[in-house]
Design a protein around this ligand. Structure first.
Ligand code: UDX
Ligand code: ADP
Length: 471
């Protein structure tokens, strides 16, 4: 038996990253005991039920194959730490909202708490600690110091960085066949132990090993580059609208250059998700911290362009609808930050809806995986900072003007306009004649994802506005 086969793994954090990643390790390595722990009882209960806390195509099957065999979900953090030889830290690292670095730096309090819990509950032997959460470069230094300063006698630790590159909505396929697995670390043995785990199903050539700091920084850099591509094509979309060029044609023309490549060039209402903005702001903060203001300003522009794109979309809706949307009903199709996920963190839809509410529009929202409570809580979260913008009582504004519908067609019933904000496949299959008939006229349709066949819609009578093109 190899060292990897005797492993018992604990993962702290049963979120969008920890849950699917550990489920895949457990599926691929039936002899490794994998326990995912979280302080959130409801989340753990959901992982142990038929209705998982996150929606990912194919995830249910992976979880069901391994759960109860060698995959366990628990709130008993102390016991799981004690029993494991390898502990993944996969907790959230949101942007700090207070104090030094507020609005930019990553909030590392959850990571620090994990390091302290690991030191407290590790009572014997050697453990490998794996940073799975995306962290500022050199965080491993702090984790190592906390572990070393609080470790019990006879207990030792190695720290590895193993950032996760899965994208939501395609988590299972990304985990099954990753472009690469990245492992950074100082101890050759510890790195090899983790290589042996992934080596069960990932070809060895795709498992990259680097020093700790390169691994930590590569994750931030990958997300910054990806987000930069989206902001770059979105910047060009504004120019397309001014010049009658078509952004999808431009994207496909430049994407055929093998140095540029075709992926991640889809113009949109703006990128969202829990990673891109947070990680770029984190990178910006690091650059400032290390005395590199020009580098910081360069990357910050990616986020500013994204904010501009979201605002530009709402302004266009208002301008097109005769400069007022007050008391007009707008159907919002999609609230998740991309298709095939129920995740709404930093979704462009939050900001578009917020700005439409500020204009006193009435919103009827339909998303196949997102419910009213989640929508209201996201809106309240972004509106609470500046209640004066919404006439003081933003909660009342939300309560009175946000409803949900149980289908895209139902949302469009009696609406003056439709704003398509998430590229769910089902929006491509609708009976648009019915949608048109159900709407007020002129029937405005704002395609924030360039998802639909615009010429067909125009023929049906819609007035269509898309990103970076004339319709
Ligand atoms: C991203 C990275 O892709 C992943 O490697 C990392 O581990 C986590 O962050 P994720 O945020 O889940 O993954 O989704 P992604 O597919 O990258 O999309 C991010 C946002 O960009 C979405 O809002 C998406 O709609 C938008 N996007 C993406 C575009 O607007 N246009 C594109 O061409 C691609
Ligand atoms: P990600 O998208 O990075 O996976 P999530 O927010 O979905 O982030 O998940 C992070 C999880 O980590 C949450 O379920 C949260 O309850 C959990 N968590 C945070 N701090 C701790 C901790 N100290 N111990 C156990 N779980 C924690």
């Amino acid at each position: 038996m190899s060292a990897a086969e005797k492993l018992s793994i604990c993962c702290i954090g049963a979120g969008y990253v920890g849950g699917p990643t550990m489920a895949m390790i457990a599926k691929q390595c039936p002899d490794i005991r994998v326990t995912v722990v979280d302080i959130n009882q409801a989340r753990i209960d959901a992982w142990n039920s038929d209705k998982l806390p996150i929606y990912e195509p194919g995830l249910q099957e992976v979880v069901e194959e391994a759960r109860g065999r060698n995959l366990f979900f628990s709130t008993n953090v102390a016991e799981s730490i004690r029993d494991a030889q390898m502990i993944f830290i996969s907790v959230n690292t949101p942007t700090k909202t207070y104090g030094i670095g507020a609005g930019r730096a990553a909030n590392l309090e959850f990571v620090e708490r994990c390091a302290r819990m690991i030191a407290e509950h590790s009572d014997s032997g050697h453990k490998i600690i794996v940073e799975k959460s995306t962290l500022p470069v050199r965080t491993a230094e702090a984790v190592k110091r906390i572990l070393a300063s609080s470790a019990r006698p006879g207990v030792s630790f190695d720290v590895l960085s193993n950032p996760e590159f899965l994208a939501e909505g395609t988590a299972v396929e990304d985990l099954l066949a990753p472009d690469r697995v990245l492992i950074g670390g100082e101890s050759r043995d510890a790195v090899q132990t983790l290589v042996d785990v992934y080596g069960r199903w990932v070809p060895r050539a795709q498992i990259l090993t680097t020093n700790l700091w390169s691994s930590e920084l590569s994750k931030l850099t990958a997300n910054a580059f990806l987000a930069q591509r989206v902001s770059s094509i979105n910047a060009i979309s504004a120019l397309c609208e001014a010049t009658e060029a078509d952004v999808d044609e431009v994207a496909s023309a430049i994407g055929t250059d093998s140095r540029i490549g075709p992926k991640f060039l889809k113009a949109s209402v703006g990128f969202g998700g829990s990673c891109f903005q947070k990680d770029i702001l984190n990178l910006v903060y690091l650059c400032e911290h290390f005395g590199l203001p020009e580098v910081a300003a360069y990357w910050e522009q990616v986020v500013q362009m994204n904010d501009y794109q979201k605002q530009r979309f709402t302004r266009r809706i208002v301008k097109t609808m005769f400069n007022t949307v007050s008391n007009k009903r707008i159907a919002v199709w999609g609230f998740a930050f991309k298709k095939d996920t129920n995740d709404t963190r930093e979704s462009a839809a939050i900001y578009v809806c917020r700005d439409l509410l500020e204009e006193r529009a009435q919103l009827t929202i339909y998303d196949p995986k997102v419910g009213l409570e989640q929508i209201k809580s996201e809106l309240a979260y972004v509106m609470q900072n500046d209640p004066s913008r919404y006439g003081g009582d933003f909660e009342k504004l939300i309560d009175e003007n946000v409803t949900v519908a149980d289908s895209a067609l139902a949302a469009a019933e009696g609406a003056h306009g439709v704003a398509l904000l998430t590229e769910w496949d089902e929006f491509k299959e609708l009976d648009y004649k019915k949608v048109y008939d159900a709407m007020q006229k002129p029937a405005f349709l704002f395609d924030g994802r360039n998802l639909l066949q615009h010429s067909n819609l125009t023929e049906l009578g819609f007035e269509v506005h898309a990103i970076g093109k004339l319709c």
